[in-house]
Design a binder for this molecule. Structure first.
Ligand code: GLA
Ligand code: ZN
Length: 688
């Protein structure tokens, strides 16, 4: 049963709509600020993210603070019934700070310290940077703690990257000592350092991975990545300490970057009050929009799942084009509203942009903005933004609602790190992310909500648990999967699962290691195929699972033995013709399927389509959806909110059947066939 969360900050029980706002770029023309306020109202915006890169304007000289301009902006926002998502400025530092304290500048993996410039490139360990950040954050909190405009803390900006300076090396060694109980033998074993004579005899010999140094010890690479996440979070905790002390009721967030591989967001999410992320899909590009939309849906679902269903914030998206993309194509008519509402459909309680006003100079001067260089509201983009604001104003009942899906797909950062480091079976196209997204797509196409979780999450609330390429299996995970299946759950895993433990050490005694019992198979070898190689799998009795008699097998083929499992399909050709390719194992009250081969979409599409019906999985609406259309669900336990989204450029129709829905945008009662225009949306309400 879905529950209703309170709004991100109860001060504003509405959807938040707004953008990154840099008034300090227009300090010499303050009339622009008044114009901004007029335009914000016209654009139906109620929130601005301010101060993200404002350190130099807030502290132009060491210890000399200037808040006057920000006071004015905060006051103006409040006077205009708008709010501030107020940033701490650590995402970029002033030149004086870098000049006086070079230790704040990051050292790259090649051990070269960077010069002052760019952004997002400070050392996370430097005591000086932590202290300077703490001071300015404290000043901001003290100054605005009672300000009516203060709504959410936007801490730094897009934390990312890593620093290899001596301070970080020392912190890494300390972290390792803690992790391995001060026992170097334990570390040497976990990292398998006898390989190539890399045994450490003193902690001081340990260095972070480097292109001109160590890269071949996978346990080290993995622990370094874990340390980078840990140290980034430590830095974040240092940033929020004064905020939490002075403004305990103001939620803090840090804008995440989707599937950014450098940080384990499952660890980070525990430390923020509300999850937020920045989404920049390349619409109208090389793949059909609906395919891209299903990949973005997957990422939205991670962001909702990161806090167990709690609504998140779409902190950034572009109002038109994204200037850093290879081809900065404009959003076609309809796409702006559609992609904004897509985030809402998956659980966002905000639609926010980068950026409010195009900067006049420097590297982002051509990035899409609500207000273009022309400076007025008579633009296509401005009208599109205003329309989103208008729609959001009609969605108050949706704020705080969520979804509890029957299905979860495991996407696990540590698993990704370990798998990417592995040499073999294919150097390229291991495609862990894509594989997870392909397992997700059949559900998206049929309007079946999905959680995207990591392997440490609780599985017990789901009917179906899908773990594509579960290469790493951390301690306790296999036992929890067994329990899930024993209790009646359906578990699905694939080729290249159960290969290494949490230290990236291979399981001995037969793959898939700890998953062998529940899957009832032994994987003896794995074959990697060239692009032009195509094998096939042949189903014994495909029709009973809604399957065809034959499917392609490409790229990766596990050569397995069925132990307790029943064979559902076998390979058609090559020296492993006749060997099992798809199996099912009955285990307690449930079943575990093992898909030994990689396929195009069609196998997964057919199989999951059958499972959706067989398990009667929760759907947004009971309707067949045409290609390009998805339906997503949010609910507050009393009302369902159904979002029907057409990512096809052409018109599509959907049969709602005999059920009656309220169209939340037009207040019409809808039933039977409805039509969505190309890139069109419908937001329906249904009383339970
Ligand atoms: C990121 C940053 C923003 C801006 C946008 C441009 O998401 O957080 O400051 O640079 O990219 O797309
Ligand atoms: Zn450092």
């Amino acid at each position: 049963m879905e529950k209703k969360y309170s709004p991100i900050n109860p001060k504003c029980p509405h959807f938040l709509h707004g953008a990154d706002y840099n008034p300090d770029q227009w300090m010499s023309t303050p009339e622009v600020w008044d114009e901004d306020m007029r335009l914000m109202k016209l654009a139906n915006c109620n929130v601005m993210s301010v101060g993200i890169f404002s350190w130099a304007s807030l502290e132009p000289e060491e210890g000399k603070f200037e808040f006057g301009w920000l006071d004015t902006i905060m006051d103006k926002l409040a006077e205009n019934d708008a709010y501030a998502v107020l940033a701490t400025p650590s995402g970029a530092r002033p030149a004086w700070l870098a000049a006086k304290y070079p230790e704040v500048l990051r050292v790259n993996a090649d051990r070269v310290r960077i010069l002052f410039g760019a952004r997002h490139n400070h050392c996370y360990t430097s005591p000086v940077y932590r202290e300077k950040t703490r001071i300015i954050n404290q000043k901001l909190a003290e100054r605005y703690k009672d300000h009516p405009a203060l709504l959410v803390w936007h801490v730094s900006n897009e934390y990312g990257g890593e620093c290899h300076c001596e301070l970080c090396q020392e912190a890494f060694r300390e972290w390792l000592k803690q992790k391995y109980d001060g026992d170097l033998d334990k570390l040497n074993h976990a990292w398998w350092t006898a390989f190539w004579s890399h045994t450490y005899t003193d902690w001081s010999q340990i260095q972070s991975p480097a292109p001109h140094g160590e890269t071949s010890i996978h346990g080290l690479n993995l622990d370094w990545k874990r340390f980078v996440t840990h140290q980034t979070i430590e830095f974040f905790k240092n940033e929020i300490a004064p905020l939490k002390e002075i403004t305990p009721d103001v939620p803090v967030t840090a804008n995440f970057m989707g599937l950014y591989p450098g940080l384990n967001y499952w660890k980070f999410a525990k430390e923020v009050d509300v999850v937020s992320w920045d989404s920049y899909p390349a619409w109208h590009g090389r793949e059909p929009d609906w395919e891209l939309a299903s990949k973005i849906g997957f990422v939205h679902d991670i962001n909702r799942s990161l806090k167990d269903g709690k609504p998140f914030m779409l902190m950034e998206s572009t109002p038109s084009m994204t200037n850093w993309q290879e081809v900065a194509k404009l959003k076609r008519p309809g796409m702006h509203l559609l992609s904004s509402i897509q985030a809402v459909a998956h659980g966002s309680d905000t639609v926010q942009y980068f950026q409010w006003r195009k900067s006049r100079g420097s590297s982002e001067k051509f990035h899409g903005a609500v207000v273009d260089h022309c400076g007025h509201e008579n633009t296509r983009v401005f009208r599109d933004v205003a329309e989103v604001g208008k729609v959001l104003k009609k969605l108050d009942p949706v704020v705080g609602s969520t979804v509890k899906p029957d299905v979860a797909v495991i996407y696990d950062w540590e698993n990704y790190w370990a798998m990417e480091d592995a040499q073999g079976p294919r150097r390229e196209k291991k495609d862990y992310q894509l594989t997870c997204q392909m397992h997700y797509r059949p559900f998206w196409k049929r309007g079946v909500p999905v959680d995207v979780i990591d392997m440490d999450c609780d599985f017990s609330g789901y009917k179906l648990l899908i773990a594509p390429m579960l290469y790493m299996v951390r301690p306790g995970v296999a036992e929890r999967i067994e329990k899930f299946v024993e209790n009646g759950g359906i578990f699905i895993t694939t080729y290249w699962s159960g290969i290494v433990d949490e230290n990236d050490l291979c399981f001995l005694g037969g793959f898939p290691g700890p998953l062998r019992k529940v899957t009832g198979i032994w994987s003896e070898e794995i074959d990697a195929l060239y692009e032009h190689d195509i094998n096939h799998v042949v189903l014994k009795d495909g029709s009973s699972l809604g399957l065809k008699n034959e499917y392609e097998a490409r790229e990766l083929c596990d050569l397995i033995h069925a132990e307790t499992a029943r064979v559902l399909a076998t390979y058609k050709s090559d020296f492993y013709a006749g060997r099992p390719a798809f199996t099912v194992n009955s285990f307690g009250k449930g079943k575990a399927y093992y898909i030994a081969f990689r396929n195009n979409d069609d196998f997964l599409d057919d199989f999951y389509s059958w499972l959706i019906n067989d398990l009667s999985l929760k759907r947004a609406i009971c309707a067949e959806l045409p290609e390009g259309v998805t339906a997503q669900l949010r609910s507050d336990g009393e009302r369902n909110f159904v979002f029907i989204l057409n990512f096809a450029p052409e018109e599509r129709s959907v049969d709602l059947g005999s059920k009656e829905y309220l169209d939340m945008l037009t207040n019409e009662q809808l039933t039977g066939y409805i039509t969505l225009k190309g890139y069109g949306i419908k937001i329906l309400q249904e009383f339970l």
